[in-house]
Design a protein around this ligand. Structure first.
Ligand code: GRF
Length: 192
């Protein structure tokens, strides 16, 4: 079977990236080959290094105004791109270079609580303010607009009236860690 090579893009902690790396550690046909970040301080870079995953930090000019990142991905034989807490919009040239091969996770049930500026605790604060009785995660393909690609999976959890945004965040993170790796595996496997 053909080997799929994943590149993970992160901006911060990288806890999802670590779960994904662990999940594919001994996989016969899917390998996490590279972890990239726009943020040199992102803790996820250290997590990746612990697993001997190659890392790369890039800036806005390299990402948005050149084909440099595409060249790096091609040179590494990357077949699929996984966004895991990556905060920059994906430029058109990258989307065209990897059509239907970029996936993202959003910490709410899209189309609710998505779009520009809806990330991190802001999402959970908005869920709390709207008095939602449930929230969850959405895993979707990526297109040129924030949080608008084809939805591949959603998983839900309840929200109690007494839950703080931090408590909501903890429930959602648990779902992310539980489901993102396996949804990625299915998505990659069906596209090989
Ligand atoms: C997650 O909540 C994910 O849904 C969102 O960014 C967060 C990343 O967390 N897109 P981590 O860096 O994986 O810990």
């Amino acid at each position: 079977m053909r080997l799929a090579r994943i590149a993970i893009f992160i901006s911060g902690s990288g806890s999802n990236a670590e779960k994904i790396i662990e999940h594919f550690q001994n996989h016969e046909s899917i390998k996490v080959s590279l972890l990239l970040s726009n943020n040199a301080e992102a803790y996820g870079l250290q997590r990746a290094a612990r697993y001997n995953i190659a890392t790369l930090v890039f800036n806005k000019v390299q990402f948005r105004e050149s084909d440099e990142i595409i060249s790096v991905l091609r040179a590494a034989g990357i077949t699929h791109i996984v966004l895991a807490g990556f905060l920059w919009l994906i430029p058109q040239n990258l989307i065209e270079a990897f059509p239907n091969r970029i996936i993202n996770i959003h910490p709410a049930l899209l189309p609710k609580f998505g779009g520009k500026g809806m990330y991190g605790m802001r999402v959970h604060e908005a869920v709390k303010a709207a008095e939602e009785s449930e929230t969850g995660i959405t895993i979707h393909e990526v297109n040129a607009h924030y949080d608008e690609g084809k939805i591949l999976a959603q998983h839900k959890c309840g929200v109690e009236k007494s839950d703080s945004p931090e408590q909501i965040a903890a429930k959602v993170q648990q779902l992310e860690h539980q489901y993102y790796p396996q949804v990625i595996e299915k998505w990659v496997t069906t596209s090989l």
